[in-house]
Design a protein around this ligand. Structure first.
Ligand SMILES: Cc1ncc(C[n+]2csc(CCOP(=O)(O)OP(=O)(O)O)c2C)c(N)n1
Ligand SMILES: [Mg+2]
Length: 786
């Protein structure tokens, strides 16, 4: 009896499995159709007003249709998070449409204003996109840092741990592995013992321009294994495996194994006849191979020879379901670029689009009638109801909202500014964070700091000493245990709140992006602070842009900066970074001069990064100790510091000159102002805390028909008054101020590489010392008199 029941149950499972494969097979066809049609519609059927090719990637999409169908309709669980290969966006949108999470109008408007985006975008496509992609390599990398963020939250009990962790999954093009950021991330991941990470490589052996080198992949799996990953290779599908099992079949396997990528791709494109010709030439002496060729007409032979595992649903499901533990896993899935489409395998197919005739014949093959193009089930062999039931039973279809609304972390009304006659903004930063660490509470508990091997030199020491370094395991501070004196405590544990990274700025920004999305991704906000040297922002600039593009929220502290780092010399000096701060969307930049300003701004930043329409915040800080003003910060002054500027010395009404400075050059600006004031008693001295905020305020005010802070401030001066701007950065950072109310402006700053020296020598050489400010003031006054 028991046996009968067991075999009945086994039989049912078998039917379920077959049913599942049948449904997934049908849906895979639909996904391929919809993604191809979406692009076709955008390029051939929508009116084109500007003559630009609309584009889309039919071949790159087709390459991933099987793998993504398997993942989204069967394998993925609600807590998994995915970065999709950018140019598989149409497949992604098609899948979301079938799941009922995307509407037809968006598909019809693929790549049009307000429509589905060319590359999946968190901010524009919404809820269903976990990570934006577009700049190849970065979507892959962010999943690794998201897995670290997830570990960070779980090990601290900051998210519920009853549910299993999510798998962070990247669907990567094979050529994405040429991007250096992938390797930087892999090494960092190994150090941090990353878990729950899957990288699925769409190994179609083609990039944008070409077919990739045959020798490469032997290296690539070895490298993943070296980093502790499991490598699962999906090479041949069921049909080919069956052929290999026939008499002489191993010769066929050896032939394909030895076939150069370019020849394989070319034969895929040529089809059955091409295969037959080559196999006949090379393997005709084996009777078993002759039998295989006789048993397959050209169409069947093409089907057989292109039956790679990445297009074989059963193989794909076996591979994904075969991984049950949390070890990071790389799936190398052999695929064909353009699989199932007429330009499959052609080396130029990356930007290729099917023409009208090709589409007509594809439509016939797919059994889709005219007018039924967007119908979710048209032309499929299975009844719509069965497919629709199958879809609604997919774990992702049943899930609640994918994106969390994480409660905000309360921020105290003020942060204590460090006191001292002379302080640098870098020192003030370290002390403010140290105070927060000592005070404890919600704010302190949610801050997480990270730095690419410049923790100590950016002055995160006071914070790290109190809050410790994060690691999955407890690791002792050996120097401390051996009683070797050090100012830095370096013990590691899951409780630690600092993530120490190796020297790779790209990793810093990916880590900030992942931590800065912890609210929407995992349901608990973190307040990430990353530190690095200001010039090395440029090393990670595309990644910073990537983080901002997807609206990740974090605080970036860049220090030391400018030529003011003096003896450190020209290689470490930054010049154009404030212009990046000015121009980068999603990032607001500050360069305060004084500790009390920084205390105001840091507090504001903790709120800003949590505001719905807020931004990330970049502080450019200096190592130069300067004399601090003795003052209480009034609410008005606080507001002005945040808005970007205030009069340190108020000009007389209608004054003819003002000096505006920003950051570490404060002492020179003050001295110059004092001298100028002897000749022009009403001259003003403007402290600029943020060229970026001032500029943004100016632009916003103009479009809203209001008066911005810059206009309000400069209107104190007489019409056409002389204005000097000075900062340790490119003079263009502030030169636009002359356009606000029409001042006669002389902007001075740094516009060439420097060298080692002390501040007096360097400021003189670069023309930003007191004398240079005075000269500029004289020139500006001359201009104003003309
Ligand atoms: C950083 C960056 N450089 C260049 C590009 C342009 N680009 C888009 S796809 C691509 C090649 C991708 O090849 P692969 O990853 O193998 O994807 P496939 O289309 O073959 O699946 C390139 C160079 C880009 N998107 N991002
Ligand atoms: Mg490729």
């Amino acid at each position: 009896m028991l046996q009968a029941l067991e075999s009945e149950a086994a039989g049912k499972e078998e039917i379920d499995a077959q049913d599942r494969i049948a449904c997934l097979g049908a849906l895979e066809r639909k996904v391929l159709w919809l993604s191809t049609w979406m692009i076709h519609n955008a390029n051939h059927l929508r009116p084109n007003r500007d003559g630009l090719k609309v584009g889309g990637h039919q071949a790159s999409s087709a390459s991933l249709a099987t793998l993504m169908t398997a993942l989204y309709f069967d394998v993925l669980r609600p807590q998994d998070r995915v970065a999709v290969k950018p140019h598989a966006s149409p497949v992604f949108h098609a899948i979301q449409y079938l799941l009922g999470h995307q509407n037809r109008e968006k598909l019809e408007r693929f790549r049009a204003f307000g429509g589905a985006q060319s590359y999946p975008s968190r901010t524009k496509d919404g809820e269903t996109v976990d990570f934006s992609t577009g700049s190849v390599g970065l979507g892959v990398g962010i999943t690794l840092f998201a897995s670290m963020a997830q570990d960070y939250l779980r090990l601290k009990g900051l998210v519920p741990t009853e549910d299993p962790p999510g798998r962070m999954i990247a669907l990567a093009g094979d050529a994405e592995l040429d991007e250096g950021n992938i390797f930087e991330a892999l090494l960092e991941g190994w150090k941090h013992d990353v878990r729950n990470l899957w990288w699925v490589i769409d190994y179609n052996r083609q990039s944008l321009d070409a077919v990739v080198s045959d020798r490469l992949f032997g290296r690539i799996d070895a490298m993943f294994e070296m980093m502790g990953w499991r490598v699962v290779t999906l090479k041949y599908g069921r049909l080919l495996e069956a052929a290999f099992a026939r008499p002489d079949g191993h010769h066929l396997r050896e032939w394909i194994d030895a076939c150069p990528n370019s020849l394989y791709s070319a034969l895929v494109y040529k089809g059955g006849e091409g295969w037959r010709e080559h196999l006949h030439r090379d393997l005709n002496r084996y009777p078993g191979i002759r039998a295989i060729l006789d048993d397959h007409d050209d169409k069947a032979l093409q089907r057989l020879m292109t039956n790679l595992a990445g297009h074989d649903m059963e193989s794909v499901l076996d591979a994904f379901h075969g991984v049950a533990d949390d070890r990071p896993t790389c799936f190398i899935a052999y695929t064909i670029k353009g699989y199932g489409l007429p330009f499959a395998g052609h080396k130029d197919n990356h930007a290729g689009l099917m023409n009208l005739d090709q589409m007509a014949s594809f439509r016939r093959d797919m059994g889709v009638a005219e007018g039924a193009e967007w119908d979710p089930f048209a032309g499929l062999e299975l009844p719509p109801e069965r497919l629709s039931n199958f879809l609604s039973s997919a774990p992702l279809a049943r899930a609640d909202r994918r994106r969390h609304d994480a409660p905000r972390v309360p921020v105290p009304p003020s942060l204590r500014a460090p006191r001292g006659a002379k302080l640098s903004t870098q020192e003030a930063f370290g002390r403010i964070l140290g105070n927060i660490a000592a005070a404890g509470g919600a704010l302190a508990d949610r801050i997480v700091t990270t730095s690419p091997d410049v923790t100590v030199s950016t002055n995160l020491g006071p914070w790290v000493n109190r809050r410790g370094i994060f690691d999955r395991a407890e690791r002792a501070d050996t120097f401390r245990e051996e009683n070797v004196v050090s100012a830095q405590r370096w013990a590691m544990s899951p409780k630690g709140q600092h993530i120490e990274l190796g020297i790779a700025e790209s990793n810093l920004f990916l880590q900030l992006a992942a931590l800065g999305l912890s609210g929407p991704l995992f349901g608990t906000r973190l307040l990430p602070i990353g530190t690095l040297y200001d010039p090395f922002i440029k090393r990670g600039l595309d990644v910073l842009n990537y983080a901002c593009y997807q609206d990740a929220r974090f605080i970036l502290v860049a220090t030391p900066s400018g030529i003011t780092l003096a003896p450190e010399g020209g290689a470490h000096q930054s010049i154009g970074e404030p212009l990046i701060g000015l121009a980068q969307p999603g990032l607001v930049a500050f360069e305060p001069a004084y500790a009390d300003e920084l205390a105001v701004l840091l507090r504001w930043a903790f709120e800003e990064i949590q505001r719905e329409d807020g931004q990330s915040v970049y502080f450019r800080l200096s190592t130069r100790p300067i004399e601090q003003p003795k003052r209480e910060i009034s609410p008005e002054l606080e507001e002005a510091i945040i808005a970007g500027a205030y009069w340190l010395h108020e000009p007389a009404e209608g004054a003819e000159l003002a000096i505006a400075y920003c950051g570490a050059v404060a002492p020179e600006a003050l001295a110059a102002h004092q001298e100028v004031a002897e000749d022009i008693p009403g001259a003003g001295l403007l402290t600029i805390t943020s060229p970026d905020r001032l500029h943004q305020g100016w632009q916003l005010a103009r479009s809203a028909g209001k008066t911005g802070a810059a206009e309000r401030l400069l209107s104190r001066l007489c019409s056409g008054a002389a204005l000097v701007t000075v900062g340790d950065f490119h003079p263009a950072t502030l030169s636009w101020l002359g356009a606000v109310v029409g001042n006669r402006i002389v902007p001075i700053g740094v516009d060439r590489f420097g060298q080692s020296g002390d501040i007096p020598d360097l400021y003189r050489a670069h023309g930003i010392d007191t004398g240079a400010i005075l000269d500029a003031a004289a020139r500006a006054c001359l201009l104003a008199m003309r």
